[in-house]
Design a protein around this ligand. Sequence first.
Ligand SMILES: [Fe+2]
Length: 321
Amino acid sequence: MEIYPGAHLIECEIGGRPLRLPLLMGESDTVLVDCGTRSHAAGDIPRYIDKIGLPASRLTFLVITHPDVDHSGGAGELVRRCPHLRVMCGAADRLLIEEPEQLFARRYDHYREEHDIFYDEKTASGIRDGCNGNQPVFLTLKGGETLNLGGKRILEIIHLPGHSHGHLGIYDRDYRTLFYGDAIQGRGYQSLTGGWVLCPTYLYVDAYLQTINCIEHLGAERIVGCHWAVRQGEDEIREFCASSRNFVETADRLIYDYLACHPQGGTLRELCQSLGGKLGEWPAAAHTELSYPFLGHLDRGILQGKLSVDRSVRPVIYRQC
Ligand SMILES: [Fe+2]
């Protein structure tokens, strides 16, 4: 669908959840923001650009907001189909975007060794299948750059870290519209039919809070994420930012309350299982996905001198100082 002149959203699906990929067109160049998995790059995207009559040769830039299978997995497939495509991403995310094996090891399988938390074989192979082989990135960005698509369409690159170190957003100032990828996540992810399916998956708490502030004060009239309904107008944007911030504050409080009541300490899995039901309405089977944000909270607590971790045991145990 076209949300305003020259700005389309390619509506896809990932695991029963919405996935919307922005396609922004100028007179000379077109940028796609995120490419979905390999199957989106082979199906939904070519179908959509065909439908609107955009030749594959006119798709010139792919900006990948962050390394995740549903945002970066299809890059190699899309480059194969669009010979002029230049891939760009945040400087800090380059390795994970270029090399799917690194993405799997450092993002999805990161919790195995110390926390004994990992995906079952079926889920793991689904993640691996969503990615192509290695795909070099043409240019890395740090925020502050502009992208000129011709015909006076100039887009601004914004650094929105927290869900990843290098997470990017694109601001179309003429239309006061921010395309933010997964930079802020409200109370979590909902399915296509509206039920809650997954908690927020930010990793770095302080950066995430700064990103929420940045988006709240950007002066945007419309913010467009990859898995959340478009927020339009000051009130809706402020409310979404507040719900994102509120989740962080509640999660932090619950973690400290739990550890205060358990002087023997707790593992990451125990924290996820005990607190999941207090934080959201996703299915209990998804509580361990809280490993992503909770490890961020625990690491922050250690840095602040408020928590300690016993790494002499497996899984490691966290305690309040
Ligand atoms: Fe995503």
